[in-house]
Design a protein around this ligand. Structure first.
Ligand code: ATP
Ligand code: MG
Length: 415
C-alpha cells in the first residue's frame, strides 16, 4: 500500500461529527452580529506581506516569527495571521469612510500563525470578529465588549472574566515607556531573550511576558509602582472613565488589568480580553481594543476604530456537550424503489431525511434510524399495498399508521 500523507502539524480536519457545532457557532455569529447592525465582510486569505508588516507591526511576535510568507512572481505574500489589517485595507480601498458612521463589519474564517502547537494553539485556526469604524466615543468600545459577551452567552458560555485596560495615546504612552525602561534597565541582563529584544523595540510588551523569571522581576515593588501608576493623560483618562460608566450601566462585570497590553502594535486607549474559567493555560477566548491610527497608517483617512477577534477552536472546546443535529426522518424499508421516491418527495418539501441503500435487516435499519433521526418511516409490504406509512416517534417509542398522502403535512408540523 502507498504511504499515508498526514495532516500538517498544528492543523486539523473539522470532521462530520464536529461540524454541527461549527455551523451553530457560525449561525449564532450571523444572528447576533446582524441583530446589532453588522454586515459580514470576506477578505482574501492572502495579502501583500507589507500589509501585515505595517498593519500588525514589525515589532510583534506575529510579524517577526509567526507569518507564513511566500513569493510568487517576485511578490511577497503572506497568509493572513489575523483579519483586522485585511478589513482595514478593504475599508480604505472601497472608500467605506464615505458611508455614514459607524461602519460595522464582522468576519469569520481561517488564520495562519507559525506557532508551537499545543492545546488551544494551532497553526491554522479560525477567528470570528468585528470591526467598527468612525466612532471616537467609548460607546463604541462598550458596544464591542457587550457584543462579544452577547455572542458568547448565545453559545451558552457564561463563566467569563472581562479584563480591560487603557494604553493611553502615543503621547502619554511615550512617557510611560521611558519610565518603565528606566526602572527595568538594572535587570536587563536577567530578562529572557525575547524581553531583551522587546526592551528597546516595544517595552509595553514586556508586561505580557509569560516567562516566570521575567514575571518575578516585573513583580518587584519599584517596577509595580510604575506599572500601577495612572500614566494616561486627562483626555485618555476621561475616555476610560466613560467606558467604565457605560459598562456599569450595561451591568457588565469587569476588572482593570494594568498588565493587559495585547500582542498587536496598533492598539491605543481601550484594550480588553475575555477569559474563560474552563480552559487551561490558553484561556483567552476574545481579544480586542481600539486602534485609532491604523486606518491612517495604512493610507486611509483618519478614522477611529474598535474591534475584537475570538478563537473559534477555543469556543469549540468549551461547547462539546452540544447535541448533534438529527434528521427529521429515516426510512426503514427493503423496497428500494418506493423508498427512493419517498425520500425524494420529502426532500423536495424541505424535510430532512435519509434511507438505507444496502437492504439491511429491519432491526439494523431501526437502530440506524434511532441514531440518525427523530422519526422512523416504515415502508413494508403491507404499507405499500395499502398506500400507507407507519411512522414511529423514536424518542417516545410510539407508532401509528397513516395514509401515504398525509406524510408530508404530518412531518411539516414537526419539522
Ligand atoms: P494569545 O495570547 O493566546 O497568543 P493573541 O493575543 O495572539 O492570543 P489575538 O491575536 O488577539 O490573540 O487573537 C484573538 C483570539 O484568537 C485569542 O484570544 C485566541 O482565542 C485566538 N487565537 C490566537 N492565536 C491562536 C492560535 N494559534 N490557535 C488558536 N486560537 C488562537
Ligand atoms: Mg499569540
Amino acid at each position: 500500500m502507498a504511504e499515508i500523507i498526514r495532516v500538517q502539524k498544528g492543523t486539523k480536519d473539522i470532521l462530520p461529527a464536529e461540524i454541527d457545532l461549527w455551523h451553530f457557532m457560525e449561525e449564532k455569529a450571523l444572528e447576533v452580529f446582524s441583530n446589532a447592525g453588522y454586515k459580514e465582510i470576506r477578505t482574501p486569505i492572502f495579502e501583500a506581506t507589507e500589509l501585515f508588516a505595517r498593519g500588525v507591526g514589525d515589532t510583534t511576535d506575529i510579524v517577526n516569527k509567526e507569518m507564513y510568507t511566500f513569493e510568487k512572481s517576485e511578490r511577497s505574500l503572506t497568509l493572513r495571521p489575523e483579519n483586522t489589517a485585511g478589513v482595514v485595507r478593504a475599508f480604505i480601498e472601497n472608500g467605506m469612510h464615505r458611508l455614514s458612521a459607524p461602519i460595522k463589519l464582522w468576519y469569520k474564517g481561517p488564520m495562519f500563525r507559525y506557532e508551537r502547537p499545543q492545546a488551544g494553539r494551532q497553526r491554522q485556526f479560525h477567528q470570528v470578529g468585528m470591526e467598527m469604524f468612525g466612532i471616537k466615543d467609548p460607546a463604541a468600545d462598550a458596544e464591542a465588549i457587550a457584543l462579544a459577551i452577547r455572542y458568547l452567552n448565545a453559545l451558552g458560555l457564561n463563566d467569563l472574566d472581562v479584563e480591560i485596560n487603557s494604553l493611553g495615546c502615543p503621547e502619554c504612552r511615550e512617557e510611560f515607556k521611558t519610565k518603565l525602561k528606566n526602572v527595568i534597565r538594572p535587570y536587563l541582563n536577567d530578562l529572557c531573550e525575547d524581553c531583551q529584544k522587546r526592551f528597546e523595540k516595544n517595552p509595553l510588551r514586556l508586561l505580557d511576558c509569560k516567562v516566570e523569571s521575567c514575571k518575578e522581576i516585573y513583580a518587584k515593588p519599584e517596577i509595580q509602582e510604575v506599572i500601577q501608576s495612572d500614566f494616561i493623560c486627562s483626555e485618555c483618562s476621561e475616555h476610560f472613565t466613560l467606558l467604565k460608566t457605560y459598562l456599569n450601566d450595561l451591568g457588565i462585570k469587569y476588572s482593570v488589568n494594568k498588565l493587559l497590553v495585547r500582542g498587536l502594535d496598533y492598539y491605543n486607549r481601550t484594550v480588553f480580553e475575555i477569559k474563560s474559567n474552563n480552559l487551561g493555560s490558553q484561556n483567552a477566548v476574545c481579544g480586542g481594543g481600539r486602534y485609532d491610527s491604523l486606518v491612517r497608517n495604512l493610507g486611509g483617512q483618519d478614522t477611529p476604530a474598535v474591534g475584537f477577534a475570538m478563537g473559534m477552536e477555543r469556543l469549540y472546546s468549551l461547547m462539546q456537550q452540544f447535541p448533534q443535529k438529527k434528521l427529521t426522518a429515516y426510512i426503514v424499508s427493503n423496497e428500494t424503489s418506493s423508498a427512493i421516491k419517498l425520500v425524494s418527495d420529502l426532500r423536495n418539501n424541505g424535510i430532512s431525511c435519509d434511507f438505507d441503500m444496502t437492504n439491511k435487516k429491519f432491526t439494523k435499519q431501526m437502530e440506524k434510524a434511532s441514531k440518525l433521526a427523530d422519526y422512523a418511516l416504515i415502508l413494508g409490504e403491507d404499507e405499500i399495498k395499502n398506500n400507507q406509512i407507519s411512522i414511529k416517534n423514536l424518542a417516545e417509542s410510539t407508532q401509528k399508521t397513516i395514509s401515504r398522502d398525509d406524510i408530508i403535512s404530518v412531518l411539516k408540523q414537526v419539522n
